[in-house]
Write a protein that binds this ligand. Structure first.
Ligand SMILES: Cc1cc2nc3c(=O)[nH]c(=O)nc-3n(C[C@H](O)[C@H](O)[C@H](O)COP(=O)(O)OP(=O)(O)OC[C@H]3O[C@@H](n4cnc5c(N)ncnc54)[C@H](O)[C@@H]3O)c2cc1C
Ligand code: SF4
Ligand code: SF4
Ligand code: SF4
Length: 399
């Protein structure tokens, strides 16, 4: 028997493809998301793909609820901290593994601005993983690569969404002692098609894009400002997420997430990984140790292994103790799945309409917003700059 993927359950981990030694599984895109495709002429019905498939065991087999919660901020490395989404905890953990001659897996852009999983073996290569990309990464062959490094006895740190980590365990069939895992708090992931259409639009306005930073701290601190970097060295800063194409649709999470996210079993306090990381929203109410504008990481220590490793890396960080009450106040990704909208026109519009028209259809602008949106970008920037209302400490979107 081979896998029969269900579009509402399949998480796109491609563990099935990586486990099939007959090359009978390729990939296909549905609404921009990756799904497997079986070539029946090559399949010998060995059932291996079923045994590793997340769809068939959609529960948290060995979950843990953290009994230690920390707020962390990298210190003595402002360059990395500014390029990290929250407090740069991921980098401190990754550097610990690199210093032990280990290998770190994470999500970064490739040369075509696709978000893909890959690995790093030195500090320079780690930079590509810095910063959240809110679209689904292509896992490629990274489970196979991680398996090989683990078999060589090297430390492996694998980072990703909780479903990507759960599928890695399914693929490996166990949790080896030299594997360390870290997941992000996640209430859903958007389609690569959405980012592709946004980038295409911004490229038409200027030049080839070489980086799109979903969360840029360089001007407004820990905010939801986006920064586009063009190949010609120019940049475009969308100060306010309400005027950024991607965020306007990301705000419609009821429409643009992968189908599996609407019934995700990993949206829970029960965690699959050693560490869970996120933004410590609201930290200013319980600690004054941090420079809030630089961002603060929320770190859940879910296992004994995580507690041990945290002991080794805490000297690289400013830390304070956190509480479940303060965490749960903001973190939907630990509590409840988003409810899907009752419409099936979104993806056909995303594919067929110009992205600006599609955004206006699903996030209709008010009269005033329309005026700002129609301004030349420089004027829009000058108008919004003095307002600075989307800095995190003054409220605003939090994810
Ligand atoms: C899809 C997604 C949704 C998130 N939702 C929330 C949320 O609701 N609340 C919250 O507090 N935090 C959320 N986060 C986590 C948060 O944005 C930061 O990633 C986290 O706080 C770590 O920040 P950092 O400063 O330690 O390191 P950073 O350098 O910012 O972290 C980078 C880490 O994120 C991983 N990563 C980046 N993009 C992806 C991707 N597309 N898929 C898988 N892994 C990726 C990298 O591999 C690396 O491990 C989300 C992250 C992602 C990717
Ligand atoms: S049943 Fe075996 S041969 Fe067929 S697709 Fe699955 S892993 Fe490949
Ligand atoms: S959940 Fe993963 S293993 Fe299962 S069908 Fe989907 S891509 Fe394949
Ligand atoms: S919400 Fe669940 S299914 Fe969706 S990407 Fe996050 S962990 Fe995976």
């Amino acid at each position: 028997m081979h896998i029969e993927f269900d579009k509402d359950l399949c998480v796109g981990c491609m563990a099935c493809q990586q486990t099939c030694d007959r090359d009978a599984i390729t990939s296909q895109r549905i609404n921009g998301f990756i799904y497997p495709q079986i070539d029946n002429s090559k399949c010998i019905d060995c059932g291996k793909c079923v045994s590793v498939c997340n769809q068939y065991h959609r529960n948290i087999k060995e979950g843990h609820i953290a009994n230690q919660i920390f707020a962390c901020q990298l210190f003595n490395n402002d360059e990395v901290l500014i390029n990290s989404t929250s407090g740069g905890f991921f980098y401190a953990l990754a550097k610990y593994v690199i210093d032990k001659s280990g290998v770190v897996f994470g999500a970064g852009y490739d040369e075509s601005m696709r978000v893909v999983h890959s690995y790093a073996e030195n500090e320079k290569q780690l930079i590509k993983f810095n910063g959240s990309k809110y679209i689904q990464s292509d896992i490629g062959k990274t489970y196979m690569q991680a398996k090989e490094f683990i078999a060589q006895g090297r430390y492996v740190l694998f980072s990703g969404t909780p479903c990507q980590i759960a599928s890695l365990y399914d693929f490996l069939g166990e949790k080896p002692s030299n594997l360390i895992t870290v997941d992000v708090i996640c209430y859903g992931i958007a389609s690569p098609l959405l980012l592709h259409k946004c980038l295409e639009y911004y490229e038409r306005k200027n030049n080839k894009i070489v980086n799109y930073r979903f969360r840029d701290k360089s001007i407004f601190g820990w905010s939801h400002t986006t920064k586009i970097i063009y190949a010609n060295g120019k940049t475009r800063i969308n100060i306010n997420p309400r005027f950024d194409l991607f965020y306007r649709l990301w705000g419609r999470a009821d429409l643009c997430l992968r189908s599996s996210c609407y019934s995700c079993p990993y949206i829970s306090k029960m965690r699959v990984s050693d560490f869970t990381i996120g933004n410590y929203w609201g930290i200013e109410a319980i600690s004054s140790k941090f420079d809030i504008d630089k961002g603060v990481s929320l770190v859940l220590l879910n296992t004994q292994n995580a507690k041990k490793i945290f002991g080794f890396i805490k000297n690289e960080l400013i830390t304070d103790i956190g509480t479940w009450d303060s965490v749960l106040m903001y973190q939907h990704g630990l509590k409840k799945c988003v409810t899907a909208a009752q419409t099936n026109t979104f993806y056909s519009d995303l594919k067929n309409l110009d992205i600006s028209k599609c955004v206006s259809k699903y996030d209709p602008p008010s009269f005033l917003k329309k005026i700002v949106l129609n301004m030349p970008h420089k004027l829009q920037y000058l108008l919004l700059y003095p307002l600075k209302i989307y800095r995190v400490k003054k409220g605003g979107v939090r994810l």
